[in-house]
Every structure is written in C-alpha cells, then in structure tokens.
Design a protein around this ligand. Structure first.
Ligand code: ADP
Ligand code: MG
Length: 331
C-alpha cells in the first residue's frame, strides 16, 4: 500500500443508491436521513484471515462478498431493509493493493444487488493477518422487527433453503484445492454456498411485512447452535426432527448421516431459522412458494425445560449447541 488516500479514493463507489444519504465517504463522519415510521437496525462483524477465511479457499473478491453477506444475513434475521455499510480494514504488508481492491469489488456486487451504499470506514496496517470489520445499517417498519425471544409453545419451527452446504463446500475445497473443477452439480452448489453465500434478505422482509409474531435467527453457526439461541431467548423447549432437515443436495455427495452433521454443526449457511404460529405459517408458506423461496418445517416448540431436542426415529436426544465457538479450546 503506497498511499492511503489514493487507496480510499480507489475504493470509493462512483455512484450511490440511497436517497437518504447526505454525506458519504470524504468527511469526518457519514450523514444520512432516516425514514419516518421505521426503526434503525445496526450490526457489526469482523472477519480475520486464518480464523474466518483463508486465501486458499476464497479469492479476495469472494472474501469481500462473503464479509458483506454475513452482515446482510444479520439484517435479514431482524426483518430489515439494508441501507448502508462501513468497512474498517487492517492490511498486512503481504497483501498487495490490487487484491484489497478486489475485496471491495466483491462487496460491490452485493451493494449493487441490495442498492446499499458504502459510506465510510477506516484503513490501518496490521502485522500479519488481514482483518475486515463491516458495520451495516438497515431499517424495519416500527414494531415489525423479528426477535429471537418470540417463540411460543405450539409454534412450528421452520427453516429457509438447504443447510449444511457451506460446510460440505469447505471440505470439498480443502480436499481438492480452490482451482479444482467440480463435476457434480451438488458439489458445485456446495462450493458456491461456501464461497459465495447469499443472505435471505427477501425472506426476512416477507416475514417482517406479514405482521405475524415470528422468532428468527440466521444460521451462521449451524442449526443446533441457532435453535438453542432461540430456545434460550424464548425460554422454550424446541423439538427438531432430524429426518426433516432440508439436506437433499448433500445426500447426493455424501451419506445422510454426514449431511445431518453438516446441517446441525457446520454453519455459515445464512439461511433463516424461526418459529411461528401454525396457522400464520400456512399463509407464509404460500407467500414463500410464490416468491420461490424454499421453506421447510423441521420441528415444534413445546412447553418444558429450555433447550433443544432432536428426534431420530423413536429416540430423542438433547441437541447441544456445538457450532463453532471461538473460545472453546477443547475443540
Ligand atoms: P479521518 O482522519 O477523519 O478518520 P480518514 O482519512 O480515516 O479520515 O478517512 C477519510 C474518509 O474515508 C472518511 O470518510 C472515512 O470514512 C473513509 N474511509 C477511510 N478508510 C476507508 C475504507 N477502508 N473503506 C471505506 N471508506 C474509508
Ligand atoms: Mg479514520
């Protein structure tokens, strides 16, 4: 990196989308108007090279795209419309400027899709790993936000899309290398799920706009962990049926048992996992069908001891939250 200011210039978008933007990159802070009747939603996520991503499984473009997708997924899980993002980047000397610009191009793809604006950030040097911190903002209609704490006994537990694909994709790329050709469609799908995940923004919006009570969480750490978060926040007992987990594509590349492991404990699928009233769900299911968003019932909410239980045929076992935990040194 020769010149910080020239670098900031090079990553400053040439156009903006949001009508509420007053001042983007170029002043001491960004300034934007909020929409009357909406609540403001904000979150931040950090990705560290060697911990959250590796250059041998993701290209710089994909690293950027995925960093922003992860944040979009958090907004989706609140039911929000994405608006703005800020990027703080720590760059070690072994990353050349062009590769870092590629990271911004990857983010740019999603910025264009969601019509959101990059409105600021910070640029620093680090000793050894690239660090990307993204803050995103969004808006949701007053009172329509979707919290994890809203599950009630009698609810159905549902999930969008397929789960476990990202973990499977990671294993495939780790075995065969980032440049490998994957012939089977299911393998391609899994690799794409790992390298270029999509956030379920549209699904989050459908749920928020419905006005129904919905408990919602995005699947960043695996179904086991996310279901436990809903159970804990809502103080309910969740029962999941392992046979109902949507893992069709995965069973074409591995055993059903392995597919279930990936779905429950893999993570980074960025699907939405939620709970809502059975009757409301029928209406939602019709809307999702029209929008071509796959939606599957995978369990029920019950009264009882807070936690998650997994039914496998006639047996039922407690499902612990052993998704990826940064501070769990036993793994
Ligand atoms: P200041 O000293 O006021 O913090 P900076 O030189 O750090 O200013 O940043 C100048 C402008 O560029 C600010 O608008 C800031 O938000 C933006 N900016 C800095 N680094 C980045 C980055 N990595 N990505 C996007 N915008 C950035
Ligand atoms: Mg600064």
């Amino acid at each position: 990196m020769k010149d910080e200011f020239a670098f900031i210039d090079s990553v400053t978008p040439s156009r903006t989308y949001q009508a509420g933007l007053v001042q983007g990159i170029g002043d001491d802070a960004a300034l934007f108007k909020t929409t009357t009747g909406f609540e403001q939603v904000i979150c931040v996520d950090t990705m560290v090279e060697g911990v959250h991503f590796r250059k041998d499984t993701l290209t710089p473009y994909q690293i950027g795209r995925k960093s922003l997708a992860i944040n979009m997924s958090d907004l989706a899980a609140m039911g929000a419309i994405p608006r703005y993002y800020l990027v703080s980047i720590g760059i070690p000397s072994h990353w050349d400027e062009h590769a870092v610009q590629e990271i911004y191009c990857g983010m740019g793809e999603l910025a264009e899709r969601y019509q959101i604006d990059l409105i600021g950030g910070d640029t620093v040097s680090t000793n050894d790993s690239l660090v990307i911190t993204i803050t995103v903002t969004g808006e949701v209609e007053k009172g329509r936000h979707l919290l994890r704490s809203q599950a009630k006994p009698g609810d159905v537990v549902f999930i969008t899309g397929e789960v476990g694909l990202s973990a499977a994709g990671f294993e495939l790329i780790s075995q065969k290398g980032i440049g490998a050709e994957f012939s089977a469609n299911e393998e391609k799908l899994a690799v794409k799920a790992h390298q270029e995940p999509d956030a379920q923004v549209e699904a989050g919006r459908l749920l928020a706009q419905s006005g129904f009570r919905v408990a919602l969480n995005d699947v960043s750490d695996g179904v086991a962990s996310e279901a436990n978060e809903i159970a804990t926040a809502s103080r309910v007992k969740i029962e999941l049926d392992v046979q109902k987990l949507p893992v069709d594509s995965l069973t074409k590349i591995n055993t059903l048992e392995q597919a279930h492991q990936w779905a429950l404990f893999g993570g980074e699928d960025f699907q939405l996992l939620g709970a809502m009233d059975k009757q409301d769900f029928q209406l939602i299911a019709t809307q999702f069908k029209q929008a071509l968003i796959p939606l599957t019932v995978i369990g029920e909410v019950h009264e009882g001891e807070t936690g998650v239980w997994l039914k496998e045929g006639k047996s039922i076992v407690e499902l612990e939250r052993k998704g990826y935990n940064h501070f769990d040194k036993d793994k």
